[in-house]
Design a protein around this ligand. Structure first.
Ligand SMILES: [Zn+2]
Length: 224
């Protein structure tokens, strides 16, 4: 049975939910997050399908925490940012928050889709994730993005990234190749040493075709 552990409301009043199969979280806890960016809807589809599938209900004792859609406001408008025009993946309270470091890190420019917010963790969505990390202390985190076809990792997650790479066939890489101040990878992996995988999915194939590899990753992830 799927249970809702925690909720938050966005600026537009949409609900963000933290779900799991079992309230008695015993073994290694893994947090999986979909739709950091509103124009990357694959994560919500895949997590919702997984939560509804028999494969999931038959293995319901696994301690996986899911946020199917972190950015419902952005998803409704098909924008990368949330309804305040903030890139949630630049809004985390990291040491390098707000630092302008090149093309994809113009964090103080409200006209770009990489605006990091007025203050660190200014957004309800960011604070929801920060609270969950403190409250549930996941030992591994997986976020679902698109479209780069890469298994990016931060913190001590190289081995897990390689296992995921074997399942989905994208390369495992330690750095995305450009600075990402205020990113969740930096907050979680670099500054807190929590292994985090940023899985960049293929958006050129029908999303249904991603179910097979992604469900396999969900099945294996507590053992990685
Ligand atoms: Zn993304």
């Amino acid at each position: 049975m799927v249970v809702v552990l925690k909720t938050a409301k966005t600026a537009c009043g949409n609900l963000i939910e933290l779900k799991t199969f079992n309230k008695n979280l015993k073994e290694k806890k893994v947090l999986i997050i979909g739709v950091f960016h509103g124009d990357e809807p694959q994560g919500k589809y895949l997590i919702d399908e997984y939560l509804a599938s028999t494969v999931a209900t038959e293995t319901h004792d696994k301690s996986i925490l899911f946020i199917p859609c972190l950015n419902p406001d952005g998803m409704a408008k098909n924008t990368r940012t949330n309804s305040n025009g903030v890139d949630l993946n630049r809004n985390f309270p990291t040491k390098n928050w707000g630092r302008n470091e090149g093309e994809n890190a113009t964090c103080d420019d409200t006209t770009t889709p990489y605006f990091g917010g007025v203050t660190p963790a200014s957004e309800a969505e960011t604070r929801f994730v920060v609270e969950i990390l403190a409250e549930y202390k996941p030992e591994l985190v997986l976020t679902l993005h698109a479209p780069y076809k890469v298994v990016n990792y931060d913190g001590p997650a190289e081995r897990a990234a390689q296992e995921i790479s074997k399942i989905i066939g994208y390369p495992a890489e330690g750095s995305i190749g450009y600075p990402t101040p205020g990113s969740f990878g930096t907050y979680c992996g670099v500054e807190r040493n929590i292994p985090i995988i940023t899985l960049e999915l293929d958006e050129e194939i029908p999303v249904e075709q991603l179910k097979d590899p992604v469900f396999k990753i969900f099945e294996k992830i507590v053992y990685l």
